[in-house]
Ligand binder design. Sequence first.
Ligand SMILES: NC(=O)c1ccc[n+]([C@@H]2O[C@H](COP(=O)([O-])OP(=O)(O)OC[C@H]3O[C@@H](n4cnc5c(N)ncnc54)[C@H](O)[C@@H]3O)[C@@H](O)[C@H]2O)c1
Length: 288
Amino acid sequence: MKLAVIGLGLIGGSLARALRVGRSAGLVVTGFDTDPKQVRLAVDLGVVDQAPGSAQAAVQGADIIVIAVPVLHTADALKSILPAIGTTAVVTDVGSTKQSVLEDVAKVCGGKLPPWFVAGHPIAGTEKSGVANAFAELFHGHRVILTPHAGQSADARDRVRKMWEAAGARVVEMDAARHDQIFAATSHLPHVLAYGFVDMLTRLPEQDQIFRNAGGGFRDFTRIASSSPQMWHDIVRANRATVSELLARQISDLSEMLAMIRSERWDELKARFERARAARERHLSQIE
Ligand SMILES: NC(=O)c1ccc[n+]([C@@H]2O[C@H](COP(=O)([O-])OP(=O)(O)OC[C@H]3O[C@@H](n4cnc5c(N)ncnc54)[C@H](O)[C@@H]3O)[C@@H](O)[C@H]2O)c1
C-alpha cells in the first residue's frame, strides 16, 4: 500500500503519522509540499518515507493520494499531479469547505467530477500549522465527513473510509451544501469573530496592558485567532455567501445587545445570556 500526501502540514502530516503508527505491513508514505522547509522537516521527523522532490513523482504508483492544502490551493495541487495519477488510484482531500473543492476538482477534470475523487473533511485540528505540529492521535475518536457526489466509485469511498478508520476516526456522510452551511456556523464564523475581536483590541491605546492582564477566559475565547491566516482566508473566501449571511446576523444581534446595554434593559440582556448558556449546556456533551 502506498500513500501519497500532497501538502505536508498539520493535517497531512498527522494523517501520515497516524497511518504509520498503525502501519500495515508494507505501507510506504511519500509526500510533497511547495514549501521545501516542510518537506525537509517531514523527512527529518520521519513523517514520510520518501519525498521525491516533485508532486508527480510523489504520487507515482500511489494507491491513495491525500490533498491536504489550503482549500483555494486544491485546484493547483490537483493540476500538479493529474498526469501522474494511476488508473487504480483514489484521490481524496481534507479541506474545510466542500462545495468549493468539488467545483474546483470538476473544473480541473474537464467539467465533471471523476469517480476516483472522494471529498472529505476531518473534524479535528488545532490552531497550529506545519508538519512540526503534526501528531498521530489528532483524529482519534473524531468524525470525518465525506460528501459523496453522483458517479463516485463506491470502492473509492470505501478505501477512503478504511483509511480514516485506520487513523482512529469515525466516518459519516453528508451533502456538501449542508456541510458548508453547518461548518459556516460552528467553525468559519467563530474564526472570523475571534480574529476580529483580537484585532480590535490591538488598536486600543492601552493594548499592552490589556494583553498583559488577560486571563483564562481570554485564552479560551481567542485560541483560534492563532490559526493560519492563509488557511482561514481560503475558507472564508470559499464559503463567502454563507459566512457573510451569518456574520450579518451576528452583527445585527450584537447591535441589539449594544442597544440593551445603552438603554439599560438588563433583564433582556440577562435573558440572552441565559438562553445562550442553556443552549451550550444542552449541546456540550455532543461537542467533540
Ligand atoms: N488545521 C485544522 O484545524 C484543520 C482541520 C480540518 C481541516 N483542515 C483543512 O486541512 C487543510 C490543510 O490544513 P493544515 O492545517 O494542515 O494547514 P498547514 O498550513 O499546516 O499545511 C498546508 C500545507 O500545504 C502546502 N501547500 C499549499 N499549496 C500547495 C500545493 N499546491 N501543493 C503542495 N503543497 C501545498 C503548504 O505549503 C502547507 O505546508 C486545509 O484545507 C484546511 O482547511 C484544517
